[in-house]
Design a binder for this molecule. Structure first.
Ligand code: ASP
Length: 691
């Protein structure tokens, strides 16, 4: 009895901690998730030959999950954003006002959106690495691996008609996995909340807690009547997923176990101090400033012009999202001292390597070798970034470049082309270009091009772009640039959809004969671009061999097996619903509420709330959707699972695998997750399903 009383009085055991890790499928059964709090068999989440939960999860750029047997899926408002924008006009502005299809017949196409479901995977490391023959140059080593990967993909797609295959590099230079996907191309809008809910708080609240954004949308995937993936057609029927999620409207509470499945984009946990220092000292500040400048330009162009504003909205949102993420990372890297702690780890690793002559011979050159590559890259970074942006950021420069490059690449055998020009991707590339063309706003484009030309023409030798020097040999002053730009935008024909479509199928000679100024610009950038690509392949060839060995020796040194960095393939992560202390003296609670939404509402952007929400809140008829402790509708929640970009839209699942939220963001402190996860500061944010 005494023992029993003691047991009852004893404080409940401290909740189990989350673990760092975005676990690939093959790791799930090794995780002992039952001991962490999972209440179902792990095989319910993943088992290759059963309709397990993973089959309910789709990659839609970021992530989504099926919630009905008829192809209906939930994702974030910000993930569907570009599709909603492309479906909108100033007269039918679904972005601002939201969209509701009352019947299936009213569901409309979300241009540019696709969905992929992971069907199977297989390790193909040995096959990929068999392409590496002794004596290859570093660049040829990279090319041999790329070619082998393409061959594996081609063979897999042949063996699995209608499916899409990808080979993904898991550990750099060391392991590769072939994934087979079902690939759906007819995606439609079903329910999109108004911007005032879906993007409540806008950029002010982005990457922040406390958060009150209703960042969700409902879409539906369609297929041909025979069930095969097909382009949009009115004859198509809803896709039948192998598995869909059960929505658990009772939600979760603080301390509950949770997990999520999704397609996290990129992390750099296995990288080196020299790479992180390059990011911190050079690349991220440069990119954040340039994105800030582009946003200013576009906002000016959109002011007082609703059509231009709508066209630019998705780009502005994307740029602002990355800019703030980088600023958060820069702040966090400094605060946590990430580079310094990596340097310490590397110094200890070097001692470990040096302590054994055999190890020294096998691994002694790695850190220094990698450092050298990043130092070389840093020296050229200015020039390389400007070159890349010149081809990509002004819309017309991008169209000109793609038309030019398509003519060169499409003349080669399929397997030798850059990926975007291979037959299997060509339709999407063309669609992407036509969507970009629709979003062209001349006033913004001109200023962006001019800014980049100014940067490019100010580069110092030997990193100048020779082709541009030749193009501007008459003078690189302000007047020469203005004249070039004025003439280019006046005479180009790339703004016409029919012309663009025709040019995309022409030979290089025909294209040159068209004498479009943006194709001339592309020709001027081509030699430097080809050199850069060659250099990048040389770097990759060297890094592959260093990183493959680094991973081996670090595992031996740290005595653990690593999980591969995120690479846009399907992963699981788990943790608990949990708040944290962002700074001394401040506690962040894990839930926000509807009352908080109303409190934050000022009536001015981005804090506007539709009057109906006020009415509903006042009526207070929340039924079972109220949080029992808070006696209010929970809106957003925090947890310590390990996520990154691409996990947007991931279903947050309770211990029984039922959906209780939709992941959409991280806190400002957690932006450095990509380099270093910590239970102290890594918190992700979901919309609570009850909202
Ligand atoms: N909001 C994020 C994104 O844009 C999600 C994240 O990075 O955590 O992808």
């Amino acid at each position: 009895l005494i023992v029993l009383a003691l047991l009852i009085l004893a404080p409940s055991p401290a909740p189990l901690a989350a673990d760092e890790g975005m676990f690939p499928m093959r790791e799930i059964l090794k995780l002992n998730l039952r001991s962490k709090g999972l209440a179902i068999a792990p095989e319910e989440i993943f088992s290759p030959d059963r309709p397990s939960l993973i089959f309910a999860v789709v990659s839609v750029g970021a992530t989504g999950s099926f919630v009905s047997p008829d192809g209906l899926f939930l994702t974030n408002h910000h993930v569907a954003f570009s599709g909603v924008q492309a479906a909108s006009t100033p007269e039918k502005d679904y972005l601002t006002n939201g969209f509701l299809a009352k019947t299936r017949a009213e569901e409309i196409r979300a241009p540019g959106m696709t969905a992929r479901i992971t069907e199977s995977f297989k390790d193909v490391s040995a096959e990929v690495l068999s392409a590496v023959q002794p004596g290859l140059s570093l660049a040829d080593r990279t090319k041999a691996i790329e070619k082998k990967m393409k061959e594996i993909v081609a063979a897999a797609e042949k063996a699995n008609p209608g499916k899409r295959a990808e080979v993904s590099e898991m550990f750099i230079g060391k392991s590769y996995v072939l994934f087979i996907y079902t690939y759906l191309k007819d995606i439609r809008l079903v329910f999109i909340p108004p911007l005032a809910i879906g993007n409540f708080g806008g950029e002010v609240d982005n990457w922040m807690w406390p958060r009150h954004t209703g960042d969700f949308s409902l879409l539906r995937a369609y297929v041909a009547p025979d069930g095969s993936p097909a382009d949009f057609s009115p004859k198509n029927v809803p896709f039948k997923p192998k598995r869909y999620l059960k929505v658990q409207a009772n939600g979760v509470k603080e301390g509950d176990f949770m997990f999520l499945l999704g397609y996290p984009g990129r992390t750099y946990r296995h990288s080196t101090a020299s790479y992180l220092a390059y990011e911190e000292d050079f690349r991220m500040p440069y990119v954040a400033d340039w994105y800030g400048r582009q946003i200013d330009i576009m906002e000016k162009a959109g002011a007082g012009n609703p059509a231009a504003e709508l066209k630019l909205s998705a780009r502005i949102k994307g740029l602002a999202n990355t800019m703030k993420n980088y600023r958060g990372k820069l702040k966090g890297m400094k605060k946590v001292g990430i580079v310094a702690s990596k340097e310490r780890e590397e110094a200890d690793l070097q001692k470990f390597i040096a302590a054994d002559p055999k190890r020294k011979a096998a691994y002694g050159d790695i850190i220094e070798g990698i450092d050298k590559i990043y130092a070389e890259m840093r020296g050229r970074a200015d020039s390389e970034l400007v070159l890349e942006y010149l081809r990509g950021h002004p819309v017309l420069a991008n169209l000109g470049w793609t038309v030019y490059e398509a003519s060169v690449e499409r003349a080669k055998p399929d397997l030798e082309r850059e990926a975007a020009y291979m037959d299997r991707s060509w339709d999407q590339t063309k669609e992407r270009l036509l969507l970009a063309q629709k979003n062209f706003v001349e006033s913004a484009d001109k200023v962006i091009l001019k800014d980049l030309l100014v940067r490019a023409l100010a580069l110092k030798a030997p990193h100048r772009i020779a082709g541009l020097d030749a193009l501007f040999k008459g003078g690189t002053g302000e007047a020469a640039m203005d004249a070039f730009i004025a003439r280019a935008y006046k005479t180009t024909r790339l703004t016409d959809a029919k012309t663009l479509t025709e040019l995309l199928e022409k030979s290089t000679a025909e294209i040159k004969a068209a004498k479009d100024p943006f194709i001339t610009l592309a020709e001027a950038l081509a030699p430097a671009t080809l050199e850069l690509r060659e250099r990048q392949k040389t770097r990759k060839g060297a890094l592959d061999s260093y990183f493959a060995r680094l991973s081996d020796v670090r595992e031996a040194f740290l005595g653990k097996n690593f999980i591969p960095d995120a690479n846009s393939t399907l992963r699981l992560t788990y943790g608990r619903i949990k708040g944290y202390n962002p700074v001394d003296g401040v506690r962040f609670e894990p839930f926000t509420t509807l009352t908080g939404v109303l409190d934050k509402t000022t009536g001015a952007e981005p804090f506007i709330t539709p009057p109906k929400v006020f009415d509903l809140a006042k009526a207070g008829d929340f039924g079972r959707f109220a949080h029992p402790g808070l006696k209010d509708i929970p809106v957003c929640m925090l947890y310590d699972a390990d996520t990154t970009g691409g996990n947007s839209g991931s279903p947050v699942l309770n211990a029984r695998g039922e959906m209780v939220g939709i992941n959409f963001d991280r806190t400002y402190d957690a932006t450095i997750n990509d380099y270093a996860w910590s239970e102290a500061y890594s918190r992700s944010i979901a919309v609570d399903i009850r909202y």
